[in-house]
Design a binder for this molecule. Structure first.
Ligand SMILES: *Cc1c(COP(=O)(O)O)cnc(C)c1O
Length: 392
């Protein structure tokens, strides 16, 4: 692999392990364990004197290929594949935290990251503060002597706010704190946080990296030292490893990563313009629009705005639900980054367990709709939305 290759070429070729039989596509190592020639060799593998596989929870050739590919794309020294995006988030955090430590997370984070930090970590004596990351001074003010991690995703669900990675990385370095960014919405095609000085990147590979809606998986990226800990302490002992079969499917999905992501963006840009100019739409949240807070980061921090957006209808709760139910092309589902366009209604779905006050505070209005724009023909996507809006 040449370092000068562009990301689309690397997405296809990086990390490939050559097959002794010359197979173009790497064979799937669907094996739990690996056979040694002798007891001595087994001993050498365990002691680390000899490189090689032992048992799939400690490493697997198919998994390694995926990890090497993502590490190259993100510009990381190493990567670890996990059973889910949440296994990636929890492994990255656990590798940096101990009892008595403090995490600063963005005010809005993926729902399960919020409950991981509050419901789980708090039980083990790790406290978290949630801050508005659009104001770096608020993040700075929240730093305490025991702060060990700054954690955020950008753009962040569901209003697609964008945070300044250079500022976050700078603050983290200044205070000797580890910065961790969830790059799920962007993929390394659109944004590479490590290039801005961020320490670690996590992904839900369930979304764009795999891109075909048939796998739940995650990725952690970082320097060699921290990834040793992630792989051979945290993941080894807690056990959230990826299935080699899932790693193989993601490797297949990633060959088209650049093509897919560009098409998601092409489609989403047109859909955002359509929605913004529609009289039945009150507001559109998409960093690709000049009206959005995140637009100033397009072309610098993030190449394009991605395929996810949210919008508010000129409608009440009941009509908003009716609108979602009335669409034909969109599937009503959570998740994102699939070939299929997906739609969800946060107030009655993802955020329904929240109290009314908590929903209001998070800006989850009754008329808010979240969509993940798929790879269908954009005119068909717009026609479906237009027909739904007509019925309002
Ligand atoms: C989906 C998602 C996760 C969780 O990933 P899973 O693969 O569902 O465990 C974390 N962060 C973001 C931004 C996500 O979209």
């Amino acid at each position: 692999m040449k370092n000068t290759w562009s990301i689309s070429t690397k997405a296809i070729h990086a990390g490939k392990i050559s097959d002794p039989n010359g197979a173009l596509v790497s064979p799937l190592s669907q094996s739990a364990t690996f056979v040694f020639d002798s007891v001595e060799q087994g001993g050498a593998r365990f002691s680390g004197d000899e490189q090689g596989y032992i048992y799939t929870r400690l490493g697997n050739p198919t998994t390694t290929e995926l990890e090497n590919k993502i590490a190259v794309l993100e510009g990381a020294e190493d990567a670890a594949a996990t059973a889910s995006g949440m296994a990636a988030v929890s492994s990255a955090l656990l590798a940096n935290l101990a009892q008595g430590d403090h995490v600063i997370a963005s005010r809005t984070v993926y729902g399960c990251c919020f409950s991981l930090l509050t419901h789980q970590f708090e039980r083990f004596g790790i406290e978290s503060t949630f801050v508005d990351f659009t104001d770096i001074e608020k993040v700075r003010a929240a730093i305490k002597p025991n702060t060990k991690v700054l954690f955020c995703e950008t753009p962040v669900n569901p209003h697609l706010e964008v945070y300044d990675l250079v500022a976050i990385a700078g603050l983290a370095k200044q205070h000797d704190v580890t910065s961790i960014v969830d790059n799920t919405f962007m993929t390394p095609v659109l944004q590479r946080p490590l290039e801005f000085g961020i320490d670690m990147v996590v992904h839900s590979a369930t979304k764009y990296l795999n891109g075909h809606g048939d796998v739940v998986a995650g990725i952690v990226c970082g320097n060699k030292q921290i990834m040793e800990k992630v792989k051979f302490e945290i993941i080894k002992d807690i056990g959230g490893i990826i299935s080699p079969h899932d790693a193989w499917l993601i490797l297949r999905g990633m060959k088209t990563l650049d093509v897919r992501v560009q098409r998601h963006c092409d489609n989403a840009e047109k859909v955002a313009d359509f929605l913004e100019s529609h009289p039945k739409v009150a507001k559109v949240y998409y960093p690709g629009l000049d009206s959005h807070q995140g637009s100033e980061f397009i072309g610098t921090q993030m190449q394009r705005a991605g395929g996810v957006m949210a919008f508010e209808l000129e409608a009440d709760l009941k009509s908003s639900m009716k609108f979602v139910n009335s669409l034909e092309l969109f599937s009503i589902a959570v998740s994102l980054g699939d070939a299929e366009s997906l739609i969800q209604h946060p107030a009655s779905m993802t955020h329904s367990p929240y109290t009314e006050e908590a929903r209001a505070e998070a800006g989850i209005t009754d008329n808010l709709i979240r969509i993940s724009i798929g790879l269908e023909n954009v005119e068909d996507i717009i026609e479906d939305l237009a027909a739904g809006l007509m019925r309002l």
